[in-house]
Design a protein around this ligand. Structure first.
Ligand code: HEC
Length: 131
């Protein structure tokens, strides 16, 4: 009797410990949040400007082909005036958002991150200012 009681208690303890471990390992903790761990990697679209937001995106993803004397498709993206032309004709947003009937950009690369697209869209919607 005493041995059986001990065994039952043991099982209860094991289940309790097991449930505790499952609960603590599956619930996500505060410090799992990327934007808290790495604040600089969070997508900051609060203050979007041409020089601080759009230019770095174009330089990393586009100007290897769209600048210089022989830009791809004759499209230059290295000055505000050049970029503004592609904003006005709808091709900039059409190509980066992979809208049907536009050639998807970056060419032979994958679509840019939602963060980059949000910044570009916000800047275009603000009238594509040279700021
Ligand atoms: C590897 C070279 C390369 C890169 C990188 C590249 N492009 Fe292009 N782009 C091209 C070529 C080539 C064309 C001509 C159309 C085609 O071949 O699809 C083109 C066409 C375009 C067009 C015209 C699209 C249309 O439908 O008429 C736009 C706008 C454009 N690119 C913008 C961009 C932007 C913005 C980026 C960066 C996000 C980018 N490109 C990155 C090579 C590139």
């Amino acid at each position: 009797m005493k041995a059986r009681l001990f065994t039952t208690t043991n099982i209860i303890i094991q289940i309790t410990v097991g449930l505790f471990l499952i609960t603590t390992s599956t619930s996500s903790c505060y410090y799992d949040k990327e934007e808290i761990l790495y604040p600089q990697s969070a997508c900051d679209t609060a203050t979007v400007t041409y020089s601080s937001s759009v230019v770095p995106i174009l330089v990393s993803n586009c100007t290897s082909c769209h600048a210089g004397n022989t830009p791809s498709a004759g499209i230059k993206l290295d000055t505000h005036a050049d970029v503004k032309i592609q904003v006005a004709n709808g091709k900039l947003w059409g190509s980066v958002s992979h809208t049907a009937s536009y050639s998807p950009m970056p060419k032979s690369g994958s679509k840019m991150s939602d963060c980059n697209l949000t910044k570009i869209k916000k800047w275009i919607d603000a009238g594509a200012p040279n700021n």
